[in-house]
Write a protein that binds this ligand. Structure first.
Ligand SMILES: *[C@@H]1O[C@H](CO)[C@@H](O)[C@H](O)[C@H]1NC(C)=O
Ligand SMILES: *[C@@H]1O[C@H](CO)[C@@H](O)[C@H](O)[C@H]1NC(C)=O
Ligand SMILES: *[C@@H]1O[C@H](CO)[C@@H](O)[C@H](O)[C@H]1NC(C)=O
Ligand SMILES: *[C@@H]1O[C@H](CO)[C@@H](O)[C@H](O)[C@H]1NC(C)=O
Ligand SMILES: *[C@@H]1O[C@H](CO)[C@@H](O)[C@H](O)[C@H]1NC(C)=O
Ligand SMILES: *[C@@H]1O[C@H](CO)[C@@H](O)[C@H](O)[C@H]1NC(C)=O
Ligand SMILES: *[C@@H]1O[C@H](CO)[C@@H](O)[C@H](O)[C@H]1NC(C)=O
Length: 449
């Protein structure tokens, strides 16, 4: 088939193996990657007390029933890492109470014990993320763990997580990267209890699972822009006309349900790179990459800032106060081209710090996110304090060019007889893979509450 796959969508459940996406704006969107000036923002330290580590520190063997994790109890504390680095399960006595640690500033270090689950032990990995099953030959990308400078994070503990969220409801709201994330979370949790799917929409983009013995509900809500978007696509994801985005309205798909959630992970961004017509007060105010429309080009910054401002205002002014975890921009790692013209991501090791600093669009989008997040939390008086936290996965994700599905978003792309000019996915991530770390970090945010 000559059609092009587009990375933002991830996949359609209906055509699980081959993604068929063709947007009129294909080229224009790609060009948008190059048009924004560099403005690198620094790390934003998040204070985090090591108390959370203590409360989370349990013997590794207690964690679920996964074979790999069980085996790891004997290999976790190998001398493979620098002796000055605390071990996977930190020694409580040695960690100072006073110590603050930025969870998001650190490095990837070798992890001989490997991932918490595999394509065999977790049945919730969707085909485009299932790099093992799809025949990715190298395994090195599975043997790393995130090590913040100055502290250590324990691995995700499914049993403990489920005990904390008993009787609670959790939502992940956003785009296909969130879907990537939720699969990882379910794989990790299913080691302690297997969930039951209790809802899905027609194309499996919004879904809900229940963990009966913990009475825990996990929802995935498809809202790629977070704000109101009129998307004119047919069933194959082909665009019939430009997207229309309302910069002064949130997507009611998630706001309608907001009061029913105790915990929320929310993130967006990638879809703002698309060609779109923007509305405010029911009037067209401009466009991003429209040709032949005689509309003002508004760029990326204005609409994304507006959207985030609206999002954070809703959260901080809402009477209902769930724990809201805002996840930052996810960088892609296309090299030698973009997603539509042969870009690849065939590296097999993480970058060292400083080896890759992201693309201009990454700097722009993350800077907007950090600034809007900080404005929201600064305004947040203690009386009505929102439980709004940052999950700043940007830098740790930037260092993992080796973690993407690449050609292995499709089943055995290089099998004999098949043409090896396959389109790569250098935006979504293999599972198991680096996204599992996002959940290790969420566990810390949860326990630190
Ligand atoms: C898991 O991946 C391996 C190759 O890495 C493959 O041999 C095996 O069949 C896969 N298992 C499943 C259940 O897909
Ligand atoms: C969960 O809900 C059940 C039924 O309402 C209640 O008996 C139980 O104490 C609750 N557990 C927690 C941890 O809130
Ligand atoms: C499950 O949790 C909900 C709150 O989320 C509570 O209303 C309900 O009673 C719980 N059910 C059981 C069987 O514990
Ligand atoms: C484009 O829009 C401007 C302002 O709305 C208008 O003055 C101009 O005539 C338009 N040009 C064309 C070619 O329609
Ligand atoms: C990675 O891809 C580039 C082309 O995009 C190619 O030149 C290079 O040989 C590839 N490396 C490996 C290890 O396959
Ligand atoms: C706290 O929230 C309530 C309800 O939203 C609001 O009426 C009140 O003005 C808020 N107080 C502050 C200090 O923001
Ligand atoms: C694969 O595609 C290339 C160009 O896209 C073509 O030249 C080549 O003949 C194709 N090979 C097979 C086996 O179909």
């Amino acid at each position: 088939m000559g059609s092009k796959w587009e990375p933002w969508n991830g996949f359609h459940r209906k055509n699980n193996h081959i993604l068929v996406k063709l947007f009129a704006s294909v080229l224009l969107v790609g060009i948008s990657f190059r048009l924004f000036s560099s403005d690198s923002s620094g790390l934003v330290p998040v204070s985090w007390s090591t108390e959370a580590v203590e409360r989370a520190a349990v013997p590794v063997a207690d964690v679920g029933d996964g074979e790999i994790r069980k085996d790891s109890s004997s290999t976790d504390n190998t001398g493979n890492v620098d002796a000055s680095i605390p071990e996977t399960t930190p020694d409580i006595e040695e960690v100072s109470q006073e110590e603050k640690c930025d969870l998001f500033n650190g490095e990837w270090i070798p992890n001989p014990s490997g991932p918490a689950y595999t394509n065999e032990s977790c049945k919730f990995i969707e085909a485009p993320q299932n790099c093992m099953t799809n025949g990715r030959p190298d395994r090195g990308y599975l043997y790393w763990r995130w090590k913040p400078y100055g502290c250590d994070i324990p691995l995700f503990n499914a049993k403990r997580f489920l005990d904390v969220v008993r009787n609670k409801s959790w939502a992940l709201i956003g785009d296909s990267i969130l879907r990537n994330h939720v699969q990882s979370l379910i794989c990790l949790l299913s080691k302690a209890e297997e969930p039951v799917e209790v809802y899905h929409d027609a194309d499996y983009k919004s879904r809900r699972w229940h963990f009966p013995s913990h009475n825990f509900t996990l929802s995935l809500i498809w809202a790629p822009f977070l704000i109101r978007a009129d998307i004119f696509e047919n069933d194959d994801g082909e665009s019939k006309s430009e997207l229309e985005l309302h910069l002064d309205m949130l997507d009611t798909k998630w706001t309608n349900q907001y009061n029913s959630f105790d915990y929320i992970v929310i993130s967006g961004g990638q879809w703002f790179l698309k060609t779109a017509i923007y509305w405010e007060k029911n009037t067209v105010i401009g466009c991003h990459y429209c040709t032949g429309k005689n509309l003002t080009e508004v760029g990326l910054e204005y609409p994304y800032r507006k959207a985030l401002h609206l999002l954070f205002s809703f959260i901080t002014s809402s009477i209902h106060k769930p724990l809201v975890i805002y996840r930052t921009w996810t960088p892609d790692h296309f090299e030698n081209g973009e997603w539509f013209n042969g870009g690849t991501c065939n590296r097999t090791d993480p970058y060292k710090k400083g080896e890759f600093n992201g693309k201009d669009v990454d700097h722009l989008m993350r800077r907007i996110e950090i600034e809007e997040f900080e404005k929201a939390t600064a305004l947040d008086g203690s009386e009505n304090s929102s439980r709004l936290k940052l999950l700043d996965t940007y830098h740790l994700s930037l260092l993992r060019p080796d973690g993407h599905s690449g050609p292995y978003r499709t089943y055995r792309p290089f099998d004999s007889g098949k043409n090896a000019t396959v389109q790569n996915d250098c935006l979504h991530w293999c599972l198991p893979g680096p996204v599992d770390t996002w959940n290790d970090l969420i566990m810390q945010l949860l326990l630190n509450e």
